[in-house]
Design a protein around this ligand. Structure first.
Ligand code: FE2
Length: 163
């Protein structure tokens, strides 16, 4: 049953997360284009750069495991991204579009926080200390992004959407 132990599960979840980050890499530029407020466009651009680094970190973790970087389809992230695209279609040109985009982006961040949180716990359990460090770095970036988006929404975007 070795192929069904925690290490196998860790590798599977790593592939799932790798797939998700690639999907996010494609979605973020579209979200930046759709965003109306310059600050929000900027926040998406910054996170796009971070996401490129996160993909590289995942590749390093694959390497540490002696595995080739590969993705497995993750329906959860596809659904979350599609929901964001629906918001753009339904609220495009309206004053609440940016508020909807932030909500969609935070759903992505929360998805990622749960994925990286799990990977971190499993890396610890498996004694993969180098992987642990890499995952921790990304987890902090995701949490910071979530925080930045909350502040942006509360300080500027939600009030503007109410007008
Ligand atoms: Fe990410």
């Amino acid at each position: 049953m070795a192929e069904k132990d925690l290490k196998a599960l860790f590798l599977h979840r790593l592939k799932d997360t790798y797939f998700a980050e690639q999907a996010i890499l494609k979605a973020l530029p579209q979200m930046a284009v759709a965003a109306q407020a310059e600050e929000l466009k900027g926040a998406f651009a910054v996170h796009l750069k971070e996401t490129e680094g996160q993909v590289k970190r995942l590749e390093q973790v694959f390497q540490l495991l002696g595995a080739k970087p590969a993705g497995v389809e993750c329906k959860a992230i596809q659904g979350i991204i599609e929901e964001g695209q629906e918001i753009v279609q339904e609220f495009g040109g309206g004053e609440a579009l940016d508020a909807g985009l932030i909500a969609a982006a935070q759903a992505v961040e929360h998805y990622e926080i749960t994925r990286y949180g799990t990977l971190l716990a499993w890396a610890k359990q498996l004694g993969l200390s180098e992987a642990e460090g890499l995952i921790q770095e990304t987890l902090i970036e995701e949490e910071n992004t979530d925080q930045i988006l909350s502040e942006l929404a509360e300080d500027a975007i939600n009030p503007a959407a109410t007008a």
